[in-house]
Design a binder for this molecule. Structure first.
Ligand code: NAD
Length: 270
């Protein structure tokens, strides 16, 4: 069996040990990226073992994405900046599970929360939940904090970073380190000042400072704790998926990617 998070082990086995790979009983994959890689293998007809997509299970989406981020966004920001949220203007990019968690936590502390979205249904949800849906460019000059939660890339561009106000904070809760164009800030014209671990002040020639957290990597994984209950739920779900693939009678799972059966997601809580 393979228990993977990101698809690297699966890829390594597939490339380096193709004969062993063929004998594997099943793969359980945790992450968006890893699941994407599995679907690519499957589409190319190269997936020769059944795989379970745990990422899209309800337990993962609600606990890891929604509730975990709702708990940890404030912790990450407080530990790094000690910022007070009451009355602060915050823009959250993306109103998926992670964005919903972040918005709920920020709203509860009295922040004025704006949301950017590219999906009309998620934009409507943000609107119905009482958030102002805007374009980032409309609020870029006035917001105190920008948080990206989209899974997309270049959501905050260099041009937008240039227009942020002095003392504003920018951080990422979404995918890896691609959402904020951090690479564009590594030029001789800007000065980087390490204030403390995971906190950099980026200084523009006119003296303006923008506070970049965790160099654009995931804020909560870099700067805060993650609730142990969430980790426990995730580990249990993975274990149940492994057991299901291992014990499944011949023919139940073919050489394809499967969603975790709903019943098993529910069993995680029992
Ligand atoms: P999701 O698909 O539910 O939500 C993402 C939302 O972003 C979508 O509604 C989409 O329309 C929107 N979006 C995409 N591009 C956009 C753009 N340029 N501007 C504005 N909105 C845009 O996904 P999710 O479950 O919320 O996860 C989002 C990301 O967070 C993923 O990369 C995921 O891997 C990551 N994640 C992080 C943590 C964490 O602990 N920090 C936990 C789980 C997932």
């Amino acid at each position: 069996m393979i228990l993977d998070d990101g698809g690297d082990l699966t890829h390594w086995m597939y490339k380096k040990y193709p004969n062993v790979f063929k004998k594997i009983r099943g793969i359980v994959e945790e992450s968006v990226t890893g699941v994407h890689r599995l679907y690519q293998l499957s589409k190319a007809g190269k997936l020769c073992v059944p795989a379970m997509n745990v990422n899209d299970s309800v337990t993962k989406q609600k606990f890891d994405n929604l509730y975990c981020c709702r708990e940890s966004i404030l912790d990450g920001l407080k530990r790094t900046t000690d910022v007070m949220f009451g009355g602060k203007q915050v823009v959250v990019c993306g109103y998926g599970e992670v964005g919903k968690g972040c918005c709920a936590a920020l709203k509860a502390l009295g922040a004025i929360v704006y949301v950017t979205e590219i999906d009309p249904i998620c934009a409507l949800q943000a609107c119905m939940d009482g958030f102002r849906v805007v374009k980032l460019n409309e609020v870029i000059r006035q917001v105190d904090v920008i948080i990206t939660c989209t899974g997309n890339k270049n959501v905050v561009t260099r041009d937008q970073l240039d227009r942020m106000k002095n003392g504003s904070i920018v951080c990422n809760m979404g995918h890896s380190n691609t959402e904020i164009d951090v690479a564009s800030l590594r030029t001789t014209e800007l000065t980087w000042e390490r204030v403390r671990s995971q906190v950099d002040h980026i200084i523009w020639p006119d003296g303006k400072r923008v506070i970049l957290l965790a160099e654009g990597r995931l804020l909560n994984l870099s700067c805060s704790t993650v609730p142990t209950f969430v980790l426990s739920i995730t580990a249990t779900t993975q274990a149940l998926a492994l057991i299901e693939l291992y014990n499944a009678p011949e023919g139940r799972y073919k050489q394809d990617v499967y969603l975790l059966p709903k019943k098993m997601g529910e069993d995680t809580y029992i």
